[in-house]
Ligand binder design. Sequence first.
Ligand code: ARG
Ligand code: ZN
Length: 876
Amino acid sequence: RIVHLADYRPTDFVLERVDLTFELDPTETKVEARLIFHRREGVDAAAPLVLDGDDLTMTSLLFDQIELDPARYTATPESLTIRDLPESTPFEITVVTMINPEANTQLMGLYRSNGIYCTQCEAEGFRRITYFPDRPDVLAVYTINIIADKAANPLLLSNGNFLGGAGFGPDKHFAAWFDPHPKPSYLFALVAGDLGIVEDTFTTMSGREVALKIYVEHGKEPRAAYAMDALKRSMKWDEEVFGREYDLDIFMIVAVSDFNMGAMENKGLNIFNDKYVLADPETATDQDYANIEAIIAHEYFHNWTGNRITCRDWFQLCLKEGLTVYRDHEFSADMRSRSVKRIAEVRHLRSEQFPEDAGPLAHPVRPTKYREINNFYTTTVYEKGSEVTRMIATILGRDDFKKGMDLYFERHDGDAATVEDFVKCFEDASGRDLTQFSLWYHQAGTPQITVSSAYDASAKTLTLSLEQMIPATPGQSNKEPMHIPLRFALISENGSEATASSIAGGDVTGDVLHLTQRAQSFTFSGIGSRPVVSLNRGFSAPVTLHFSQSAEDLGHIARHDSDLFARWQAITDLALPALTDAAKTVRDGGSVTISDAFVGVLLAIAADETLEPAFRAQALTLPSEADIAREIGGNNDPDAIHAGRQAVLMAIATAGTDVFRTLYAAHSASGPFSPDAAGAGKRALKNIALSFLSLAENSPALAAEAFGRADNMTDMSQALTILAHRFPDAEETKQALIAFETRFAANALVLDKWFTIQATIPGAASLDRVKALMTSPHFQPTNPNRVRSLVGTFAFGNATGFNRADGAAYAFFAEQILAIDPRNPQLAARLLTAMRSWRLLEPGRADKARAALTTIEASTTLSTDVRDIVDRILKG
Ligand code: ARG
Ligand code: ZN
């Protein structure tokens, strides 16, 4: 069954109120739902009420408190249809379903993990709890009663404000919660169990005190301190930057260990994958801290962008996700270094979203059809959706963007809105026509922009000619030209950023060129000497530029641009040809050399003490093997790419040994650990220096010493990565792996790092290593984090191992997908996307990848989730 955006229509019945009573039991939970409806005006009097279900067993059905005649309804596990309903008066139905939380391995709906009852209802999990109009445009006020065994479940939590509680029989107790804000079912949450608590308060801008509570497993409370701090900073920031105040008396976060995604923004009761809550210096890396800060903020920001204003239907997912990612990006930029954050965002976009947009799973930011909505929680909807919001801000400018956001909150509070509603607010607030711009929501594919520049010394003009091409994507062969905002600067020989006296040929506002036609030229006059063009500064548009700038010009940008992002981009533009050439050279059996100019720029930046360490670490982190594969564009040999990249790294290590030694020494004395951006930047620079030094010395000694001395998880895991990836067979590596495993045997989240580091050791031998690790007592095949840390990182992050030439890893992976799917389809489908770029491999590997995919496709028992992905990957 395919769902189409064009088929949207409102429900026939309006839901007025929801009262739910849960009698919790590990295997037989009773759910009583009392729902009050009335027929929507104008709806045919004969229309039945049809409610969604998924795998439900109904044990009783009352209509206005009286048992309903079986002739008036049909109940199946997938739906409940009730006929002969009143024409206009409200009526009440009371339905009882029995569910089994222990047996819920899909982790959708109500499930029990490590003795904790919890829920995940987005997108369509609520229908696994009770029959319901389970769609985001049905908003209602909920009252929740929870009854459970008191000893095992001292905590009984749900959305909204706590109404009260009491004993219930000899061993049970109950609690009642009321959420005054109308909400869709996907925001419902319930948690029960025995957990530790960290408490704080936040006083909102209007002076209301909000109780903040983070629930974690007993004993882990100290590790929730950073999350609490991030929450308070998020609340403050949303008041200051977006004028958004929290709206309940209490805000709760619960950390659970079995969770399919990162976290969920349930109203007043966010539920998190514990990986994004728990942190201390001994067990969490700087990246973990940054992720926690970003995800705590993301879920909190959803309270307005997602909850107060929700989505009309799931096609509008980017309305809440793209916007909320944009908001969390801005938050992190304000908390940390804006440029370094931007570089990390762009790296992520290019490595995850660009391949999606260029492959068989490409879809618009706002799709028009889906077979399984869970497969549309993608980097296109999230990250490209965020970029589209960022472009609105770029086009409108700060003030008009703010006015548009204010108007959106004012106009749509309480609504289930659409992307059109959102865009209209910016048009109304700014007076700009965003019709062409809106194509960003509708046309899939990363725009390719070819640029050339011509300087005329006698006329003192510079002409920039641009041409845009949007590649064909599944279901979309012809594309219209888009409105692409490109931030730019003209950098003169002495490094100053010239502003042109006049520009002709198109719309230019401030430092933004608005490319709106298929081909367009901009002529700058009054330019006294040939400038270097810095284009798409700050990555103002999520596009690929094809602009053959000379190595001198790129070096000039890398050294002089005032935009740090542009400097990093220029380094990348210098590095990529060196890396693709190296891959070709290796393939042809030659020996790799790299230009002194490139190494010179890189080392100059590494040694430049005026630049922040985090930026220098980013500059020294060369494009990944996946980046190189994408640049080559097809017929890829992952072994050659890897070997070529290693040769380039070795050349840099050799040329820069002195620089790296100095950096390593200067940043080694860490002082007391602080997880802030400055501390993280120093560690990043020190550790990349360590990695180059280890390479230059071709010895595990330095890394082994760093491992032994590390007093925080960032340094420890970096040292272990260098040992395992560069010296997999060294005695030092074996010992470090054992020491790490022993020390953290009781900490599953840290053991995930141990799995990941080993699963990503390059080379064909990694398959056997992964297979062996699956028999480790630490590996739990039912826990999504464990599976992702071992099987997921192997498939997504180990190009040489996963793509070994004999195809054995693809076959292994297909077996894993088929084993995971019956238990947890969402997890299986997400993992399988690792094979989306199989057509870019050289023919030998591509054939073997196709064979593995065909094996999956041949299974007759696939979930809709996996069926959808495998079909699209094979077809597109
Ligand atoms: N809304 C959640 C978030 O981004 C993610 C929910 C993912 N749901 C899913 N079915 N994949 O914060
Ligand atoms: Zn979200």
